[in-house]
Design a protein around this ligand. Structure first.
Ligand code: GLU
Length: 586
């Protein structure tokens, strides 16, 4: 190790920009950073990159933190999150390297900007956006790549005091980094050394006209001051990294005078949809747009004007959306609600809202570009594991170079399996928590059930649910009041009224037996149904089960009747049968 590399403690960081929800790809980055820190006994930092003042929000920073906490990806250092349901706050600043919101670190950035300017490695530039636009257009017209041209009075290594004075007087300016004319090597643990030829970089902006540092600059300062040893991030960022390395070579710490260190990089594979397109936030807009266009083609009375009115948005915004000039998420969501279509889950909050379990997501994310390289007992690739396993086994050597495929069916099957592995009581607890957050009205109804009823219900729902949301439909019978549910006419006809009301007659007869069923448990109820069927010489209990099912739930499909009736309780079960008999005649 020389003094431009790190030694000792591993420090990784996840550095989201709080401009929206946590994207599932961001969660993968966070997971890998967390896992690598855990595996190496190091630290995992969360840093909020909020220098884009117009697009950043506190609400989104909080949402990102809550999603990470929900996934179980807890940071050792970073903003403190006291979250609902959390045992203890997450985050803190034990090494005193914060604050962790970049907008609170402006004084530091400015100090480093000035040091670079004084060392002749950066300079204020006064061209206006319009000046540059003219040059950009001229370059495009001449079929050349536009590059910022260094002003003649700027010399590498020479402090340009005139420019600095002019900037300090308040003339509008940006600060540019004086790009070196040398080969730059990005030490990448996944892709190998990535080399960039001399002259590839131009003098890029490090402080914007509004006084905020650019992403490139802030990231380099913070990674050094926070002692980050490994930068793991998605391959989208690879093109940025040479700039970062170039700045690291030019910067010295203002506290110790030591040169900046270059962390080890690991650029992780991109995440693709199964159709080969890159997974992106825009996928929601794409689906909504395609569905809307199809609907408009089918029904010519749907015009942008009429639709804008129905959807409650501005017509120009809608026209722009249809023409793919904008991908406004709000528009996409309104269209989806109106057309009753589902938009693809892209953000962690989408998966949460649809009832995925964090453990299944974490397991699935770990396999997006990594695998433990182990086999199961029957010789298959080991793919099912929990976060603790990842923390014990994660390594950089097994991160692949090839694009990762986001296989939604696989995630769904991971989730179904995770749900299947829960006990009924655990499923009930999680389902109730999920209802409280995402379906509060249903939660209020479900809260009327006793713990025992809820556990029986949970046992009946579990095999019918690949997600917590899936359990809503089979649970509906238990959450509706005894006279609230409606009878499905076809099911009534088929199971009660056809064949000269055969089903109805059996129902009425069986109703008489129910008084004696004791205790009112799924087993005792099932035994009574079986005994009745046998006595009547039915080939299977369906002959009485189906009429009962329709009477109790309104439909021909429901969980097992023992569970169904146990959840309802004896009094409700009898009331429901009576209502059915009264409604359709005995
Ligand atoms: N704020 C950047 C982003 O959200 C972080 C990139 C990085 O990890 O350096 O994309």
């Amino acid at each position: 190790m020389n003094d431009s590399t790190h030694s000792g403690l591993t420090v990784t960081r996840f550095a989201p920009s709080p401009t929206g929800h946590l994207h599932i790809g961001g969660a993968r980055t966070a997971l890998f950073c967390w896992a690598f820190a855990k595996r190496t006994g190091g630290k995992f930092i969360l840093r909020i990159e909020d220098t884009d003042l117009a697009r950043s929000s506190e609400e989104s920073a909080r949402g990102i933190m809550e999603d990470l906490a929900w996934l179980g990806i807890e940071w050792d250092e970073g903003p403190v999150l006291r979250h609902l349901g959390g045992q203890r706050p997450i985050g803190g600043d034990p090494r005193h390297v914060g604050p962790f919101f970049q907008a609170q670190r402006l004084a530091l950035y400015n100090q480093y900007i000035e040091s670079l300017v004084r060392a002749g490695r950066a300079y204020p530039a006064f061209e206006t956006g319009d000046d540059l636009e003219v040059k950009r257009k001229a370059a495009t017209a001449a079929k050349k790549t536009y590059r910022y041209e260094r002003p003649a009075d700027v010399q590498p290594g020479v402090f340009n005091e005139d420019r600095w004075q002019q900037a300090c007087r308040g003339d509008a300016h940006v600060v540019r980094f004086l790009a070196p004319h040398e080969q730059i090597v990005v030490p990448d643990q996944v892709l190998g050394d990535v080399k960039i030829a001399p002259g590839e970089l131009d003098d890029f902006v490090i402080r914007k006209a509004d006084g905020m540092p650019t992403y490139h600059f802030a990231v380099v300062i913070d990674d050094e001051l926070m002692g980050v040893t490994h930068v793991l991030r998605a391959q989208e960022h690879l093109a940025n990294t040479p700039r970062h390395v170039a700045m690291q070579k030019a910067l010295r710490r203002t506290d110790t005078g030591a040169p900046f260190r270059t962390p080890l990089y690991g650029h992780m594979p991109l995440i693709f949809n199964m159709d080969g397109s890159k997974m992106s936030k825009r996928d929601k807009a794409k689906i909504a747009r395609a569905s809307l266009k199809a609907a408009m083609q089918k029904d010519p009375s749907l015009t942008p004007a009429s639709l804008a009115m129905t959807l409650g948005i501005d017509e120009a915004a809608l026209t722009g959306f249809i023409a793919a000039d904008n991908d406004a998420l709000d528009t996409a969501e309104r269209i989806a609600r109106h057309l009753k279509i589902a938009l693809p889950e892209i953000e962690v909050s989408d998966f949460r809202g649809n009832g995925y379990l964090p453990g299944a997501i974490v397991n699935f994310l770990a396999l997006l570009g990594w695998n433990p390289g182990l086999k199961t007992q029957d010789g298959k690739d080991l793919e099912k594991f929990d976060a603790a396993f990842i923390a014990d086994h994660f390594d950089l050597a097994r991160i692949g170079k090839a694009n990762a495929k986001f296989d939604r069916n696989k995630l769904l099957s991971f989730n179904a399996e995770a749900i299947g592995a829960l006990t009924a009581a655990e499923f009930a607890r999680r389902w109730m928590e999920w209802l409280a957050e995402f379906e509060p009205e249903i939660h209020a109804k479900a809260s009327r059930l006793s713990a025992e009823q809820l556990t029986i219900l949970a046992g009946a729902l579990k095999p019918r649910a690949k997600t917590l949301r899936d359990a809503l439909r089979p649970a509906a019978f238990a959450l509706a009041g005894d006279d609230e549910y409606t009878f499905d006419a076809a099911a009534v006809e088929k199971n009660l009224l056809s064949a000269d009301r055969a089903g109805m007659k059996l129902l009425v007869e069986f109703r008489g037996r129910l008084d004696t069923v004791e205790p009112w448990t799924p087993e005792a109820i099932t035994a009574a149904i079986d005994a009745f069927a046998k006595e009547k010489g039915m080939p299977n209990p369906g002959g009485i089960a189906q009429p009962l099912r329709v009477a109790l739930t309104g439909a021909g499909v429901s969980p097992g009747l023992g569970e169904t009736m146990a959840v309802l309780g004896k009094a409700s079960s009898l009331r429901r049968i009576d209502r059915c008999v009264q409604t359709h005649g005995a």
